[in-house]
Design a protein around this ligand. Structure first.
Ligand code: SAH
Length: 464
């Protein structure tokens, strides 16, 4: 388990900031193994320190600190020795505790000041993928780059494993970077090695002071950190909200955000992505075109799915295409990856040869942006001309709007929406389209389903 911290300061300064003399290596005995600190770079204006954690798997079992059932093989054979996990956090607070508290006898002014920092974490387990990793660090102002490791270097055909090497860069105070890593690494790795009790809530809240309450993924962070213990999560979140309301500025900010994006609290965009991916897998699509791809959120998830050989995104808005290029880092993509994806600037209202030859098409939150008289053209372009064997369409369920407290009665969710359909309206339209172009259609809900109003998003899955 390896964490490297680089900073745009001299080796001597970093030594003072971390309270570890750069002239020698340091070793610490921990309950679960040994921690080593040494410097990998000592320049005039750039230095890097490494924290290497040598977890002892046998010692873990003997000391009864391992999770899992009695005598289970995974007591001995597991990822704990090398994966970055809550062990890393324990080591961080033991080894860099003073730096995390923000104190520095010799360099207090540097400790108080944002610096150009970079942390590299090797073997970071991230079952939920790169997007999740980014969603934790990016809102805190860091740039994230992540490289996924194959399951086995010698057998690339086995595909990717669940570990990543993550590089987190940004301008921050050293104490903040260390604290963010302390909280977010265990949140990524649900397998916490020690008993999670109420004092963990205290630790989370203390370390989260000043940033967690306004973090857009605070629920996911609390859930991962507290190992999905519902009572503790509820307690932590309730108290985070308390913290919020003490700060009028934060409250104002929160309200504005809510108005701007009603659906965020439901994490609907992510749920839509998950639901669409599941549909694509069910129809065993090898190629897919995302129509009205916007800034490419779905495309990014599609790229992570190795079973997709050919992916395209199309949008009428050039700005969206540019934003998608940036989000996907198209210009920096390795050629093998770059060959899997293309972006198409075009309109869904005109027949387009570039849309043919795909197994599936996705149309996520797009139809409601089309003028109703234009829908007939859209139907022919997609179902008659492009004619993939599966089409996944999602659109808001108008009935659910009463459940958004911030939305005045009978208003649509977005200024650019030309309509929002009730479930029967969508079903009538979809059934007629399926009938006309030789598809079958079934309906699924996305998001928390209300007994009366139904789900916030409705999805039609067309197949032929
Ligand atoms: N699918 C994305 C974006 C939804 S917003 C997501 O789920 O995040 C609707 C998108 O449809 C916008 O990016 C808009 O530019 C695009 N769009 C609207 N009319 C279009 C048309 N006629 N042809 C192609 N794209 C269109």
């Amino acid at each position: 388990m390896l964490l490297k911290i680089g900073a745009a300061v001299s080796g001597e300064d970093l030594g003072y900031l971390l309270h570890k003399n750069p002239a020698r290596a340091h070793a610490f005995d921990l309950a679960f193994g040994k921690a080593h600190v040494f410097y990998t770079r000592l320049g005039e204006d750039h230095a890097e320190a490494a924290l290497l954690l040598d977890v002892d798997p046998i010692g873990l079992v003997r000391s009864g600190r391992q999770t899992g059932g009695e005598g289970a093989l995974d007591h001995y054979v597991n990822d704990r020795p090398y994966a970055a996990s809550s062990f890393l956090s324990v080591a961080l607070s033991r080894v860099f505790g003073t730096a995390m508290s923000g104190k520095s006898k010799e360099r207090q002014e540097l400790a108080d000041q944002p610096l150009d920092l970079e942390a590299t974490i090797a073997a970071l387990p991230c079952q939920d993928g790169e997007a999740f990793l980014r969603s934790l660090f990016e809102p805190l102002g860091y740039a994230v780059s992540a490289e996924r490791h194959p399951l086995d270097e010698q057998f690339p055909e086995w595909g990717d494993g669940p570990y990543w090497t993550a590089r987190i860069q940004g301008r921050a105070r050293l104490r903040d970077l260390l604290t963010h890593i302390y909280v977010l690494v265990p949140a990524l790795d649900a397998e916490k090695h020690y008993w999670v009790g109420p004092d963990e809530v205290e630790k989370l809240l203390r370390k989260g002071e000043g940033w967690l309450a306004s973090h857009p993924r605070k629920e996911a962070i609390a859930a991962g950190y507290l190992r999905y213990d519902r009572t503790l999560i509820r307690d932590a979140l309730a108290r985070l909200v308390d913290e919020d309301s003490g700060d009028p500025e934060a409250e104002d900010h929160a309200r504005r955000r809510e108005e701007a994006d009603l659906e965020t609290p439901l994490r609907l965009a992510e749920q839509r992505t998950g639901a669409v991916l599941a549909c694509l897998r069910a129809v065993e699509a090898r190629s897919v075109v995302d129509l009205g791809c916007g800034e490419g959120k779905l495309l990014k998830a599609l790229l992570e799915d190795r079973s997709l050989e050919r992916i395209a995104g199309m949008d009428v808005s050039w700005r969206s295409i540019e934003a998608a290029q940036r989000r996907l880092r198209l210009h920096q993509m390795p050629p093998a990856q770059r060959g899997r994806i293309e972006l198409i600037h075009g309109s869904l209202l005109y027949s387009d040869k570039r849309l043919t030859g795909f197994d599936a098409a996705t149309v996520v939150e797009v139809i409601e942006h089309l003028d109703p008289p234009r829908l007939a053209a859209f139907e022919r372009v997609v179902f008659e001309r492009a004619a993939p064997r599966a089409v996944v369409v999602t659109t808001p369920n108008f009935e659910y709007n009463v459940k958004f407290p911030a939305l005045p009665a009978n208003r649509l969710r977005h200024r650019d929406h030309r309509f929002e359909w009730t479930r029967p309206q969508f079903a009538v339209w979809a059934a007629a389209v399926a009938d006309r172009f030789g598809y079958s259609v079934r309906f699924l809900g996305i998001g928390p389903e209300d007994f009366v109003a139904g789900p916030p998003t409705q999805m039609g899955v067309f197949a032929k």
